[in-house]
Design a protein around this ligand. Structure first.
Ligand SMILES: [Zn+2]
Length: 253
């Protein structure tokens, strides 16, 4: 059986038998994979705290060809991220990001998706409680971009005409971004995106921070993101971690 050595992040973990655990890992070299961590419940000697949610490290996986469950041989912990477990805003944000990767990534290698997730989790670790919602929004949009669904923000998503920077523009989930006035008559339009919020979305896509959001604006951004995800990725399937993050009463300022 081939041995795969790569970087990995723990996205989901659950007990399997009296002694073992099953993990879902985002990996740099093989997309999302499921592994059996034999003995992980019986003793912490072999894996230590490496198997906690959102921990990142170098793994060795024995790949069982044509099987969905592989064997975890070693997890060399590099980034434990305990900060994500100590604040509900950070934890629910990280869970929403993990859910996007779990649900929509494949077992194809997507190193840039892995890196975007890793950077976003690091940013959440460092985020003040009042910033965790914006950091999660930024991270989620970057993941959407890495999954191939980046919204069009500078040009009409239907006819590709360049659009003025300072204008509030209609945003169409179906078309995949903003629309010019002509195309807005032909497509269902969900919302109007004010110029500064369009700029903010553009900054997030470019991996830049864009300043603190008001509670009202961050709620509007959560709705926009949810609608976009359901149009392009989730369709009718529920995103339970995302919903928990969106509706949590404690998040934000
Ligand atoms: Zn147009």
């Amino acid at each position: 059986m081939p041995l795969l050595t790569t970087d990995a992040i723990v996205l989901h973990a659950f007990d399997y038998s009296e002694t073992s655990r099953i993990l879902r890992l985002a990996t740099r070299a093989a997309g999302v994979v499921s592994v059996l961590a034999r003995g992980a419940r019986r003793s912490t000697k072999r894996f230590g705290s490496a198997l906690d949610l959102f921990a990142e490290g170098r793994v060795e996986i024995l790949v069982r060809e044509h099987r969905d469950l592989h064997m975890l041989c070693a997890f060399d912990l590099a980034q434990p991220r305990p900060e994500l477990a100590t604040d509900l805003g950070r934890f629910s944000g990280a869970s929403a990001l993990a859910e996007l990767v779990l649900r929509f990534a494949t077992d194809e290698p997507q190193p840039s998706l892995f890196d975007a997730l890793s950077r976003s989790l690091d940013a959440l670790c460092a985020a003040a409680p009042n910033d965790s919602r914006e950091v999660t929004l930024a991270g989620a949009w970057r993941l959407v971009g890495e999954l191939g669904f980046a919204p069009s923000l500078d040009a009409c998503s239907a006819c590709h005409t360049e659009l003025a920077v300072g204008d509030a523009l209609p945003f169409s989930h179906v078309a995949g971004g903003v629309l010019c006035a002509n195309c807005a008559r032909l497509h269902p339009v969900g919302r109007t995106l004010p110029a500064h919020e369009r700029a903010r979305l553009g900054a997030w896509m470019a991996d830049e921070r864009a300043g603190t959001l008001s509670d009202l604006d961050s709620r509007a951004h959560q709705r926009l993101l949810r609608e976009f995800l359901h149009e392009h990725l989730a369709q009718d399937r529920a995103l339970s971690a995302f919903e928990m993050w969106e509706h949590a009463p404690w998040s934000g300022s």
